[in-house]
Design a protein. Structure first.
Lengths: 518, 474
């Protein structure tokens, strides 16, 4: 058996990914923190039960009090006692275009986040490090918006029919041809919602008797699609090729669990960029494994399309691979194209099959025409077909911003997860109290960040996640970095034990820094 | 010296114990100690590895295995493969495959698709916010338009709260699994639409189908469940029960008997989820749906779900009900938490459409009158029967006698549809996924009535269908 060559043979560029281990003291303190919160949670529940404290949850109707309770008390324990304390970090309402700077509506709570009231004031010009605006196409001026306005006045906002009945507009056909050309595949099909693209098409491709090998940290839409299909699901460790190879070998050698029949087909589900870790899939190795074991690859490029690769064609171009090697290339239009919806690209037989049997084509309304026009214009801009070099410049600006931001954060001493080139930057917070504190302190300094905790991440690994954009200028990044530095010192977030010696004024080049152990 | 004394003391106690205890006790302890020693020193073994295949045999198996192709080939003339191409907006007069026709196939019931006020509200929103929201509701994807739309929908439907989804299909498919989990019981009508079926599949609950609109069948199932409960009351106390019905059924065009359902709800303590995609903006004096049609208190229904893609001529869907119920979906509705929010221009279009619905409550009466008109006009076509209530704007025309196989029925109906399309009336067949539906409805032609169609056009369509049926079916 010839071994799969890790690094060197398959990779044409350095693959730098790091997940620094949680320091022991921090892990212990985090558990202690959660323990204290749980104790207080039990105490408050006890007081609410015995009516010592006012219960502010909504309650069941009087007439239905003898029905089986709709929610188990324990299911909502986390919700009531932990989430409710820092609820103001999420669902922040904004009232401007979600570009590099955004206006937010101010909200206050007088009863510890149970209810919010809007003061009516608008906080202006918050630096937006939370929206998925990788190439800066979330704009309300410019070529894209003008084209969308024209189509809106011509076609209207809705479609009122499904693709197979009367909802297939000429705009949809135009979009699909363009997407196929952009990705370098034979044919493509577009859908109205990225989540639904996964949950409605995976069941059309695999069924009972098939095997799905899915990464540990796959998105909820992939997990739902895999479950709805009825196939057997096996999970391999995150981005771990040895784990995947072992599963593939075992599956083919031993067959289906009890009957030992051979599997009908094997589908590997991976994502281009994992949005909670900031890691990039090891695509050359996955493709080598897929070819060796004759399985099929489903690549979800929700975050990587437009954000990786020298001309923004995604993770396949980033590694210099052939798009025909990926059997099903799926992606969304929400992140880099500033619109909404999803697509699947691949061979003509695949797309013909999906046109006939995809749940979305038969039962769901097709995409709205102005949204379609926004995607068409933005793809043309990225490809350079509109006659300007704006697209190319943005892709390069994003890559520069990514490298600069990550390097500066590492120099400051934060623990940053993920690949050097991914525009999703998770900064580890660990402790539950720091989740709320980080979000609030950054907002005081006019920077909007996204913080995530359990259950989206493992319980001790809560993090703040920055999404870089080509619309961020160097000044904005410097301001943000200054504030993050300040808040990091205030909240003692600089956990990293490996410090990089700061570069003095050398140009951006990821190989020319020295690493020292602290 | 002191410790030595203590050790002596312990040994003395132990020996005393040994001599005073009965013999069988000592033997038992001895056996147990020997067993522990044996377990500590025996080798562990894994159940999963079968070590009776050599490396060479494994390599051969890997070489020999041939998977199926990723997708089976689709024949070129498959009816669903070639879509109708609509150039231009799918409004009252529609250009299908290059031919101008009157549109009897788009669910544009209130004609709001090309309404100028709706379009200008969407334009204003586009100028302010751009197109996309670039994030889910939790992460800077909540715009003031979304909050306004939720408030307006809650006020219009006279409930406490409403929640918006960015895709109509995902609305009910995310709402059901948020409440009903493994082990719960759901009673659902046979003719429920595909989105409900997918929601039920994702929830992993026990599904019990009852015959379409047959309250006696439902009551039988409920009684059976009651006897089951009495056998195991502890389990029954934690098993949630739901009934899922549609206001106006998409697959059959008739309405559910809501007053009887409410009686069953209180008698057997079951919660009701109502799917009102077709009846929102159609039934009731002000368009509030089937609860207004029957005059029922809206709080009696636990959850109302509808999509905004029919009467409101926008994209997306919403659920409304009491805060106790709706607030739960903000953290457990998969299509809400893990998906980008609705583009603001579509939300603004929906708000404006709601304004128009509130300002002109007489359009609902006009729509119903037109539906009655065409229902009467379509009676008596030889070979085709009308399926649906007289006031339903989405009717089906099914073959009176099937010609044996579903494929042939579909081909026959396609010829009728083509005849009508060539003469200027755009119709379509109702499309289904034949292998995936639980109860596949018979093939049919979908006829959709909108307020924009004039009496002459309705008569023209009816007479054209009569002609088509004559020439194709006889």
């Amino acid at each position: 058996i010839n071994h799969i060559v890790h690094n060197g043979g398959l990779y044409k560029r350095p693959f730098n990914e790091a997940f620094e281990e949680t320091p022991m003291l921090v892990a212990v303190l985090t558990y202690v923190g959660y323990g204290v919160l749980t104790l207080f949670g039990y105490l408050r529940d006890f007081m609410r039960h015995w009516k010592i404290e006012k219960c502010q949850n909504a309650t069941e109707r009087e007439e239905q009090k003898d029905f089986v309770p709709l929610y188990q008390d324990f299911e909502n324990f986390y919700n009531r006692n932990l989430y409710m304390r820092i609820r103001d970090s999420w669902n922040r309402p904004i009232c401007s275009v979600p570009g590099a700077k955004v206006d937010m509506m101010e909200r206050v709570s007088h009863d510890y986040n149970w209810t919010f009231t809007y003061t009516g004031r608008v906080i202006k010009d918050i630096i937006n490090m939370g929206s998925y605006n990788y190439l800066g196409f979330a704009q309300n001026t410019g070529a894209c918006q003008e084209a969308a306005a024209k189509v809106l006045s011509q076609y209207g906002a809705g479609v009122c029919s499904t693709r197979q009945e009367m909802g297939n507009l000429d705009k949809h056909e135009e979009l699909e041809k363009l997407v196929a050309r952009f990705l370098g595949v034979e044919s493509a099909m577009a859908y109205g919602m990225g989540f639904a693209t996964n949950s409605m098409n995976i069941p059309a491709l695999v069924g009972k008797g098939c095997l799905i090998l899915s990464d540990e940290l796959n998105h909820a839409s992939l997990v739902l699609g895999a479950r709805l299909s009825g196939a057997t699901i096996r999970i391999f460790k995150h981005n771990n090729m040895q784990s995947l190879e072992k599963l593939l070998k075992d599956a083919i050698v031993h067959g289906q669990p009890r009957t030992r029949r051979p599997w009908k087909k094997i589908l590997i589900l991976v994502e281009g960029i994992y949005s909670m870790e900031g890691s990039i899939v090891r695509l050359p190795e996955v493709i080598a494994l897929k070819k060796k074991y004759k399985s099929y690859l489903y690549l979800d490029e929700a975050h990587s399309i437009g954000a990786l690769g020298p001309s923004g064609r995604g993770v396949v171009e980033y590694f210099g691979l052939n798009p025909e090697d990926v059997d099903v290339m799926m992606g969304t239009f929400t992140k880099s194209f500033g619109a909404a919806g999803g697509y699947i690209g691949g061979k003509k037989e695949l797309i013909d099959y999906l046109r006939t049997y995809s749940h979305s084509a038969v039962y769901a309304t097709s995409m709205s025409p102005p949204v379609v026009e926004q995607i068409i214009t933005s793809i043309k801009c990225i490809m350079g077909e509109d006659g300007t070099t704006i697209g190319e410049a943005r892709v390069q600006q994003l890559a520069e911003n990514t490298r600069y931001f990550r390097r500066r954060l590492k120099e400051m001493g934060f623990i940053i997860y993920g690949n050097e080139d991914s525009p999703v930057v998770p900064l580890m917070l660990y402790m539950p109290a720091k989740i709320g504190a980080f979000g609030r302190e950054m907002l005081k300094r006019n920077i909007g960040v996204v913080v995530v905790g359990f259950p989206a991440t493992p319980i001790i690994e809560s993090r703040a996640r920055f999404c870089l954009s080509a619309a961020h200028t160097k000044e904005m990044l410097d301001t943000a970095l200054k504030e993050i530095n300040e808040v990091g010192d205030l909240l003692q977030l600089k956990y990293s034990r490996r410090r990089l010696v700061p570069l003095l004024d050398r140009p951006f080049d990821e190989t020319t820094y020295e690493e020292t152990e602290d | 010296c002191v410790t030595l004394l203590q050790i002596e003391f312990c040994i003395d106690l132990f020996l005393c114990f040994c001599f005073q205890a009965p013999a069988y006790h000592l033997i038992l302890e001895g056996i147990l100690i020997l067993w522990i020693i044996r377990l500590l020193f025996s080798k562990t073994y894994k159940l999963q590895e079968r070590s009776d295949l050599t490396l060479k045999e494994k390599e051969e198996l890997i070489e020999e295995w041939q998977p199926e192709p990723l997708v089976p080939p689709v024949p070129k003339d498959h009816p669903a493969l070639n879509y109708n191409i609509v150039s231009g907006p799918p409004t009252h007069i529609i250009t299908v495959n290059g031919k101008e026709c009157i549109n009897f196939a788009s669910f544009n019931f209130l004609g709001l698709l090309d309404n100028e006020k709706v379009k200008s509200a969407a334009q204003a929103s586009l100028k302010k916010y751009g197109v996309g929201t670039c994030g889910p509701r939790g992460f800077y994807g909540t715009f003031d338009v979304h909050l306004e739309l939720e408030e307006r929908l809650a006020k219009f439907m006279r409930t406490e709260e409403a929640i918006i989804y960015s895709y109509g299909f995902a609305t009910i498919a995310s709402a059901i699994p948020a409440y009903s989990k493994r082990g719960d019981i759901v009673f659902v009508d046979e003719a429920a639409c595909f989105a409900i079926q997918k929601g039920l599949q994702a929830s992993r609950s026990n599904i019990k189908l009852f015959k379409h609109n047959d309250m006696a069948d439902l009551e039988r199932l409920l009684k059976e469940q009651e006897t089951e409960d009495q056998k195991n009351p502890r389990k029954a106390r934690v098993t949630r029960r739901f009934i899922v019905v549609e206001g106006l059924y998409m697959n059959t065009g008739d309405i559910c008997p809501l007053p009887e359902l409410i009686k069953l709800k209180y008698k057997y303590k079951v919660r009701i989820f109502l799917e009102e995609s077709l009846s929102f903006g159609v039934l009731g004096e002000h368009g509030r749906g089937i609860t207004e049609h029957f005059g029922i208190n809206i709080d009696d229904i636990d959850l109302i779900s509808a999509n905004m893609e029919n009467s409101l001529a926008s994209i997306g869907g919403f659920c409304c009900g009491r805060s106790f119920i709706i607030d739960h979906q903000r953290l457990s509705g998969q299509g809400y938490c893990f998906s980008a929010s609705l583009p603001p221009l579509l939300a603004a279009a929906a708000i404006e459409a709601l304004n128009i619905m509130e300002d002109n409550p007489d359009i609902f009466q006009t729509l119903r009158a037109k539906c009655e008109h065409i229902h009467k006009a379509l009676q008596g076509i030889s070979g085709l029967k009308v399926v649906g209530e007289s006031f339903s704007p989405a009717l089906h025309l099914q073959l009176e006698e099937s010609c044996g196989s579903r494929e042939n029925d579909v081909k026959l109906l396609k010829r009728v549809v083509d005849y009508c399309m060539n003469s200027g009336v755009a119709l379509t067949q109702a499309c289904y996924l034949e292998k995936e539906e639980k109860c596949l409805p018979p093939p049919s032609i979908r006829v959709v009535i909108t307020v924009e169609q004039t009496e002459q056009e309705l008569d023209k369509a009816a007479s054209l269908l009569k002609e088509a049926a004559q020439s194709v079916l006889n």
